[in-house]
Unconditional design. Structure first.
Length: 266
């Protein structure tokens, strides 16, 4: 039996050497990297290096400041961050100012659920108190979202985002609306809107969800009106003679039979 130590074959191969760690250790390395970016003022350095260049502005629709970020908001911000960074790498001056929508039904619903846990209702509070509670909730939520977006490595002016509930933003909105009125762009009229009976507020179309349920359905035949030349031509094409005594009907199927009295055409 040989007493010679086994040969370390790895040492017999001329392989390149690297200073990269064998493991990514992302849980430790990512926060450290983000800390270096913040301490170095990376976003400000990029802005200064792009001064005077052609501008590329991403108009970012702000997320609701109602809760922690989810996969949808994360993907939205990541994709936009890719656009901004790619344009910056192409030489554009592409600043990114994040913002938060601090008004709306999602925020009110979170506050109402919090009140419900305390055995209270929205009606128990004055309008001013409820609005104050919504403002406080939005302020807390946007801090959490800012932390999480920065954790994802998204660069932007995070220390000074625009907030729709800030005095400056609301004053600017009122000023621009007044300008629209002065120029005749605003008129008062009637239009149907979605209305929430529970929350007593108008709803955006995106906030309306159709509840699946079994509905009564009916088949109805509508007679063809023979008053027009087109109708007579259609009957002649269908039956061979526009004077044929037989009637022509259109058969329809609907799950909303209560709308039939208001039907004006097919």
């Amino acid at each position: 039996m040989s007493t010679q130590a086994p040969l370390d074959l790895k040492k017999t191969i001329n392989l390149p050497k690297t200073g990269f760690a064998q493991k990514a250790n992302l849980a430790q390395s990512e926060p450290a990297r983000l800390k270096r970016w913040t301490e170095a003022g990376l976003y400000e350095l990029i802005r200064r290096s792009r001064q005077g260049r052609e501008r590329f502005i991403l108009h970012d629709g702000p997320p609701y400041a109602n809760a922690d970020i989810h996969l949808g908001t994360a993907m939205n911000k990541i994709l936009k961050d890719i656009v901004v960074k790619s344009r910056t790498m192409l030489g554009y001056d592409s600043p990114y100012v994040p913002g938060y929508d601090c008004h709306g039904l999602p925020i009110e619903q979170h506050v109402e659920r919090a009140l419900d846990k305390k055995g209270k209702k929205k009606s128990d509070l004055s309008t001013e108190s409820f609005r104050r509670a919504c403002r406080e909730h939005a302020a807390a939520a946007l801090k959490g979202q800012t932390r999480d977006f920065q954790r994802l490595g998204i660069l932007g002016l995070w220390e000074d985002p625009y907030l729709t509930m800030s005095n400056h933003y609301e004053a600017e909105t009122a000023r621009l609306f007044g300008l629209f009125v002065e120029r005749g762009y605003v008129y008062k009229g009637a239009r149907p809107v979605y209305w929430c009976i529970h929350d007593q507020t108008a709803l955006a179309e995106a906030e309306v969800e159709y509840r699946e349920h079994t509905s009564p359905s009916v088949y109805v035949k509508f007679p063809l009106s023979e008053d027009s030349v087109e109708a007579k031509a259609f009957k002649r094409e269908l039956l061979g003679d526009e004077d044929d005594p037989r009637k022509v009907y259109f058969l329809i199927w609907t799950t909303t039979p209560w709308t039939l009295p208001a039907n004006l055409g097919i």
